[in-house]
Design a binder for this molecule. Structure first.
Ligand code: IMP
Ligand code: MG
Length: 434
């Protein structure tokens, strides 16, 4: 996939959980670096290698290849306790970490986690249904310039200066404004975080410097997006979004690389759609078909275990994703899940009152009440084991004709070529499209 590209980026084109982890895993074999640039432990994927299960939320999945360098960019918000437990889990299996953490990434504290849940609950119908990991409040502090960065944990004096202000501010907000009784101990947290700083120190450095030098010296860099386009804080379904920019451009600010250093931008698209969290999803399926997709696709959140809301491919939304990310190619995942349906609805436009919409509305009122206009595409039978063997051997041409038509319909409507198709959970079940 890299071919002439120095850098490849993998972005979620829908609502997150498109199967980016699998596509990244596939591409990592060609990369020297795997770099995350936004989000935190709201993300998550499970990887199974030789029977061992790895649940990753912060460390990029490239860590499973010993010769790759994995990087956590400045655009991330990092819960050091979670990161250290992932590190410990790795090292306890005898693996060596080849990892760089940005000194400029922001730190999540226990009060962020408390606030996250409280604010989301308070919002009622405007809530995003967050993962309760403290992501939003940590980014809010960053924007407000009260945040504490990874490097601060390594400087007890600076850390204390900033932490004194931040903790008191948060305690006052929690107790006076939100009328919460909190039991957080200021001194205990300070000491614990200083210790976290000691543990992380050997891995902390200047991410922008190293990644730019790597690109210059001909190394291959894979940028790993988290969440998805509809969760982008500017371009997604605001306010039902996450608190970071999740689109391709976020890698520039979240790592410190120029826009021209991004060569390929692959949008990962699930062959249907899933959403975990609240807010309007125009193409959400009815109860019966939603359950069908959820059970066949095992659509339960990796981070929170919540059942995902399932539905159909939305071309209004996908065309938008192609545009705001500048996608150069698509990777379609989990197409096997659609087997056995007589027809498959795909939304081509929306209807609001008597108006046809071809673009995503920004107005929440319209997002809530617009209806998808579907085109029904012919389905195909379930793939048998033999079909599966055939596909792995012969590649794309062995896909059922109607499945190829379905893929062609998406490529045509989005004016974006499909380069990869994933037809099953296993690593080898990913095929390239020539
Ligand atoms: P937060 O990122 O925890 O603040 O959650 C904000 C919204 O994004 C909620 O609707 C979450 O369910 C959703 N979300 C956050 N991270 C992910 C992810 O990795 N996959 C899917 N949805 C996510
Ligand atoms: Mg996920």
């Amino acid at each position: 996939m890299f071919n002439q590209a120095r850098t490849v980026m993998v972005i979620g084109a829908q609502w997150g959980d498109e199967g980016k982890g699998k596509i990244i895993d596939y591409l990592t074999s060609e990369a020297d670096y795997v770099v995350r640039f936004q989000g935190g432990n709201n993300a998550g994927h499970t990887l199974v290698v030789d029977g061992a299960v790895y649940k990753l939320h912060l460390i990029p999945s490239g860590v499973l290849y010993p010769d790759k360098r994995v990087v956590l960019g400045n655009g991330m918000v990092i819960d050091p306790e979670v990161l250290i437990s992932e590190m410990n889990n790795f090292e306890s299996k005898g693996m060596k970490l080849n990892m760089l953490i940005s000194e400029r990434a922001h730190v999540i504290f226990p009060f962020h986690i408390i606030m996250d849940g409280m604010i989301d609950e308070y919002k009622g119908g405007l809530a995003a249904g967050t993962t309760r990991r403290g992501i939003g409040p940590a980014y809010a502090d960053k924007a407000e310039r009260s945040g504490i960065r990874i490097i601060d944990l390594m400087n007890p004096k600076i850390f204390k200066e900033k932490y004194d202000k931040l903790f008191d501010l948060k305690r006052n907000a929690l107790t006076r404004l939100y009328q919460q009784h909190i039991t957080l101990n200021k001194q205990d947290i300070y000491k614990a975080y200083l210790n976290f700083g000691k543990r992380l120190k050997p891995y902390v450095g200047d991410v922008s410097l190293e990644v730019n030098e790597a690109i210059k010296s001909g190394k291959k860099v894979l940028f790993e997006g988290a969440q998805g386009t509809m969760l982008d804080n500017d371009h997604g379904a605001y306010p039902h979004t996450t608190s970071s920019n999740t689109i391709a451009g976020a890698a520039c600010t979240g790592v410190g690389v120029g826009p021209k250093s991004i060569d390929e931008i692959i949008g990962v698209v699930k062959a249907y759609l899933s959403r975990v969290g609240s807010g309007p999803v125009p193409t959400e399926a009815n109860q019966r078909l939603g359950t069908y997709l959820r059970e066949r696709g095992q659509e339960y959140g990796t981070t929170t275990g919540r059942p995902r809301r399932c539905g159909w491919v939305d071309l209004v939304q996908l065309r938008y994703a192609c545009r705001v990310n500048g996608l150069t190619a698509l990777a379609i995942t989990k197409i096997d899940v659609l087997g056995g349906l007589k027809t498959i609805p795909v939304a081509t436009k929306y209807k609001y009152k008597n108006t046809i919409l071809h673009e995503l509305p920004a107005d929440l009122e319209i997002s809530r009440h617009c209806k998808p206009v579907y085109q029904e595409l012919p389905g195909w039978n379930n793939l048998t084991d033999k079909d599966f063997q055939d596909i792995i051997q012969k590649g794309y041409k062995a896909l059922p004709k109607k499945m190829k038509d379905y893929l062609a319909f998406i490529a045509d409507a989005t004016q974006t070529p499909i380069r990869l198709v994933s037809v099953g959970a296993e690593r080898k079940a990913t095929i390239t499209v020539d």
